[in-house]
Design a protein around this ligand. Structure first.
Ligand code: BES
Ligand code: ZN
Length: 630
């Protein structure tokens, strides 16, 4: 295997900056790009083996009036002598000029755009290896600009970015591919009422500018995949959680957020005990307004979170364990191509469950694992055991077709099965060395398989038993899968059966259940119910008053599936408040499946709510309301 290494040692000293302690001093300044065929990313226009970005330095102004970011990106390129062209990814950027280090204009061309991929920005750089692009980005898909009304405070606008998978090219001109790791730095100016945070360490107090603005500086001195460059700006405050962790949110939410996140340090310690040191220095989080399209996003040193995980009882903090685990699987060792997304999400989901076990105990971990297994079984029943998209390694972009069941749940069950077969000690030692030996590097499915054969499997008999190749490259679910303990949900499943048989309900039992048990119960209720039965359920279990958004979502979905008029106003309210695609898209799907009754509701509500959703959520719901794309 041949790596493209930088011949020169690039000095990234940040002039005049007192760079804070940033975790792993051993991180390389230049990360290798893989040249193996299975690591070629078809979703980028970049040709990193010819010329690659090594560092991005952003200097950008945020304009909330015009929803525009504008300024410069200074880019350091690594290329052999004589290579005179570099190709960046560009999706809708307005480019003003491209110049070299002396300010001399360089020729450039924006090629033909491809839907969902943007266009190649080819720059004729000659001998130049430092390039400055002056540009602006308006209404970029990665960025969501919130009006004051969309925030908890109501007085200030808000902005956040979401880069994964290929959206950062809508606001940053760089090589937007997970296998092309880059260090970066940034100076971001915003109206002085707002505070800016990024997925890099803050480089000191903001600078007060004389036009009523402030400028914030950040740096990420470890090479990261460029989808992990992220920014948020709003009227936000910080609360410390532990020696290296804290949380940002609007003032209205900070107390509830900090309370829900009080186990963060315990989780970091558990993760370190499992798979080695946390290498990024700080672990901070920001709880965003409910328009955020995901549950969480693992932006380095600054996990982005939906506020919908705050249930008041820490029952949904699996999300935190998940995003934290990405600090190893995903951010340290990264899928080189999105078709190997299970290397990020499946390994992380496995790791998440191990953190939950360590921090909250085996019972909760087993229940959450059982929910995940049910998701695999249900999805495979829906799409078929031999649907090609049900292999862990996919040729496509790891898109949403099959949802989370394959990359996340089958991925996690793959590792869980191996752990069961070889024993925890051997498995953990193997996974630790995988993270260590591939730290700050991209990886592929074939690479992890080779690594298992070399560093884990001890005999041909064991190899046969594990069925590693089948798990990774074949559709369906191998028969050696280590199933969850059937006892995990024995009581709940009996209760759901009792309700199905004679509408018996035990509200005392419900009160005593964990959130995973309640979710299981709601998911296992008969899908067809009378209005009076739904009213009875709601009254006995107080579902519509739930402060747990996972449970509330399951209830509203069941209610809409039965055209339960009494729950329509609350569904409408939920869809107006929350922009998390995981909730919004299925609710619209359920409504659209209800004939004229539900379709009228869906169209009326979406006409009102669409503009309040992130482009990711809009894209998903557009397809539901307009399947033909008409
Ligand atoms: N990295 C993902 C979010 C993501 C996935 C963004 C694909 C864009 C494309 C994040 O770590 C994630 O998995 N979030 C889940 C959390 C859950 C599995 C605990 C989510 O948002 O629901
Ligand atoms: Zn994830």
């Amino acid at each position: 295997m041949r790596f493209l290494f930088a011949a020169l040692s690039v000095s990234l000293a940040l002039a005049g900056c007192n760079v804070p302690e940033s975790g792993d001093p051993g991180a390389p300044k230049v990360a290798p790009v893989l040249d193996r065929p299975d690591a070629i990313d078809t979703q980028t226009f970049a040709k990193p083996l010819e010329a690659r970005v090594n560092h991005v330095d952003l200097d950008l102004d945020l304009d909330f009036e015009t929803k525009t970011v504008s300024g410069t990106a200074m880019i350091d390129i690594i290329a052999d002598k004589g290579v005179d062209t570099v190709i960046l990814d560009d999706d809708g950027l307005e480019i003003e000029s491209v110049t070299d280090a002396e300010g001399k204009p360089l020729e450039y061309e924006v090629g033909e755009a491809v839907e969902g991929k943007g266009a190649p920005l080819s720059i004729t750089m000659g001998d130049a290896r430092e390039i400055t692009i002056a540009y602006s980005a308006s209404d970029a898909d990665a960025l969501q600009w919130l009006s004051p009304e969309q925030t908890a405070g109501g007085d200030h606008p808000y902005l956040f970015s979401q880069g994964q998978a290929t959206l950062n090219r809508t606001w940053i001109p760089t090589q937007d591919s997970p296998g092309i790791r880059q260090t970066w730095s940034a100076r971001i100016s915003a109206p002085e009422e707002l505070t800016v945070v990024m997925s890099g360490l803050s480089q000191g107090d903001p600078e007060q500018l004389d036009d009523g603005r402030r400028a914030f500086t950040f740096a990420m001195d470890k090479p990261v995949a460029p989808y992990l460059i992220a920014l948020a700006a709003g009227d936000i405050v910080f609360e410390e959680l532990g020696p290296r962790s804290g949380v940002w949110s609007e003032p209205e939410m900070i107390e509830a957020a900090a309370k829900e996140l009080e186990d963060t340090e315990a989780m970091i310690e558990a993760a370190e005990e499992l798979y080695g040191p946390y290498r990024w220095g700080r672990y901070d989080m920001i709880v965003l307004p409910p328009a955020f399209p995901y549950g969480g996003m693992e932006n380095p040193v600054m996990t982005f979170l939906t506020p919908t995980f705050i249930a008041g009882d820490k029952s949904l903090t699996g999300l935190i364990a998940h995003e934290l685990a990405h600090s190893w699987s995903g951010n340290l060792v990264t899928n080189a191509v999105w078709g190997d997304g299970w290397l990020n999400e499946g390994v992380t989901s496995y790791f998440e469950n191990r953190i939950i076990e360590q921090v909250y105990g085996k019972e909760r971990a087993e229940q959450e694992a059982a929910l995940s297994y049910a998701n695999i079984v249900k999805t495979l029943a829906d799409v078929g055991m031999d649907a090609p998209g049900t292999a862990l390694h996919t040729k496509s972009d790891g898109g949403e077709l099959i949802g989370s069941a394959i990359a996340y749940d089958k991925g996690a069950y793959f590792l869980r099965t191996i752990e069961h077969e070889v024993g925890r000690d051997r498995f953990d030692a193997w996974l630790t060395q995988w993270f260590d030996n591939h730290a700050f590097q991209p990886a592929t499915s074939q690479m992890i398989l080779d690594d298992m054969m070399e560093n884990l499997v001890e005999s041909p008999e064991e190899a046969e038993k594990l069925k590693l190749r089948e798990w990774i490259f074949e559709p369906g679910l191998p028969d050696n899968v280590y199933k969850p303990d059937p006892k995990a949900f024995a009581e709940v499943d009996a209760a759901a059966a009792a309700f199905a048989n004679d509408r018996k309900l035990d509200d005392k039992a419900w009160e005593s259940w964990t959130s995973a048990e309640r979710q299981r119960f709601l998911a296992n209720l008969p899908r067809t119910l009378e209005n009076a039965e739904l009213a009875g359920l709601d009254e006995a279990l107080r579902l519509s008053a739930s402060t747990n958004n996972e449970e509330l979502f399951l209830w509203l979905d069941l209610a809409m599936a039965n055209r339960y008029e009494a729950a329509v106003p609350q569904t409408e309210q939920f869809l107006s408040r929350v922009g998390r695609a995981k909730f919004v898209r299925p609710l619209f799907t359920t409504l659209m499946d209800q004939g004229a009754w539900g379709q009228a509701i869906a169209r009326r509500v979406y006409a009102k709510t669409r503009s309040s959703y992130h482009s990711v959520t809009q894209g998903g719901v557009d397809k539901v309301l307009n399947p033909a794309g008409a």
